[in-house]
Design a protein around this ligand. Structure first.
Ligand code: HEC
Length: 179
């Protein structure tokens, strides 16, 4: 009888110690956790969130219109052949490929090609015409211009290259407005 009483006391003591230890651990973690800046430190070296990158890497774009008068249409056509023709045709009535036909694109509305399956991002701009600064922003950084679009093209960083290319697009766009 007294033996089991002693045993009960021992169990009780162990139990109390265990509970105290556990509670102390939880409290300790609650207290310590918010003061530990370790979580962000662990992520050093990982890429910054995309939004942060976009915010940092999107300086105001130099306007393209003033450069068009002196732009080189020939060079723009070569750029189009090299960088765009794998996905786009440029001739009147040309077929849609991976991307839509681009004849007459300057001054035409976004998402205007019949039978082409545009992304919601571009379709959502269907009421707006492709004019010079829109085209400039799109070609500089398609992903920033229309997040979620499906044109797999990183962008043309050279402002002169974009001016030449846009001058070429204008040359094949009968309804292009004056720059
Ligand atoms: C890898 C294929 C690919 C390349 C390379 C590419 N495009 Fe595209 N382009 C697309 C696709 C796909 C779309 C449709 C985008 C969408 O619906 O989100 C598109 C859409 C466009 C549009 C919008 C057309 C419209 O009807 O609203 C323009 C303008 C355009 N591209 C111009 C260019 C130019 C100029 C180049 C070269 C500098 C180029 N693209 C390179 C695939 C490509």
């Amino acid at each position: 009888m007294s033996n089991s009483l002693e045993l009960n006391k021992v169990f009780a003591a162990i139990l109390t110690a265990g509970i105290t230890f556990g509670v102390a651990g939880v409290i300790g973690r609650l207290i310590v956790h918010p003061t530990m800046p370790k979580e962000s430190a662990i992520q050093v070296g990982e890429p910054a969130p995309a939004q942060a990158v976009a915010a940092v890497a999107a300086p105001a774009l130099e306007p393209i219109s003033p450069l068009l008068a002196a732009a080189n249409v020939q060079n723009g056509q070569q750029l189009a052949q090299r960088q765009c023709a794998s996905c786009h045709s440029f001739n009147e009535g040309g077929r849609n490929g991976v991307g839509p036909n681009l004849y007459g694109i300057i001054g035409a509305n976004h998402a205007r090609a019949d039978g082409f399956n545009y992304s919601a991002a571009i379709r959502g701009m269907a009421g707006k015409p492709w004019v010079y600064e829109e085209m400039n922003a799109w070609l500089a950084n398609p992903r920033a211009y229309a997040p979620g679009n499906k044109m797999t093209y990183a962008g043309l960083a050279s402002v002169q290259g974009r001016a030449d290319l846009i001058a070429y697009l204008r040359s094949i766009s009968p309804n292009a407005p004056a720059p």
